[in-house]
Design a protein around this ligand. Sequence first.
Ligand code: DGL
Length: 288
Amino acid sequence: RVLVEATEMIGVFDSGYGGLTIFRELIKQFPEHSFVYLGDNARAPYGNKTPEEITEYTKQGVDALLKKGCTLVILGCNTASAVALRELQQKWLPITWADRKLLGIVVPTIEQITETTSPISVGILGTMRTIESHAYKHEIQKRNPNIFVYEYACIILAGIIETLGSKNTEVVHEAQKSVQALLDVAGSGGGTLDAVLLACTHYELIADSIAAVLPNATKLYHQPSIVAKSLADYLQRHTEIDSQIDKTGKRIYLTTGNPEEVSQKSTDFIGETIAFELLQIPTTLVSP
Ligand code: DGL
């Protein structure tokens, strides 16, 4: 009997740095599983791009990860999950990569929010396209119509986190202004906020600055732990996928941007040395 060697990896994709907040938690929770990260820093941010561009870029990024040997790719990006995931899952993956899996981070987050009895009001901070899709508002209210959902689009926040970093005073100021705007939206609707969700993985890089201006009673949801738990459930339910994944704990970091600059900034964000390699994404898709 020939034993099939488990050589595949789990891929995590984001427009840039934000998905590292998800990646960091995943590699902590799954020390043996091999992971590869891809940030499309050359084209970040995605949040203000058209849905067509977001879908095309996400497809190219996922395609590149699948070609690198991923059996499963997670979109560590709310914008891509809210805007592109469904189309890629329904129209592209089954034709191009029928045996591979693509997961997003919006659904597990919604499950977490709606499974608990509290909150009754939740504020969502996200990019323009995430908020415009109303994926969170619609899905939360579909599952639990008693939850009030308030939304606020932070038009420039992810972009300035990419360019200026998380410690920059302009970034902190913009983040805190966005929180205040969200609180105002809730207040003008007659409500307060029991909880806030940072529905953009970039914002997790400045979660402390955001928490500092939230009322004490307002809970902050952290997506990385939600996504890690959901992956654990998924791999438990899909042992045929788990068994394909290499368990030698490889970590590979790829970027479409400048590897030196991305490595430096990532190290600043995450607090440990991360070395990125350049990955050029072909802009036309070639079937495997
Ligand atoms: N980090 C991404 C998200 O979760 C995208 C931010 C951006 O590229 O605009 O939405």
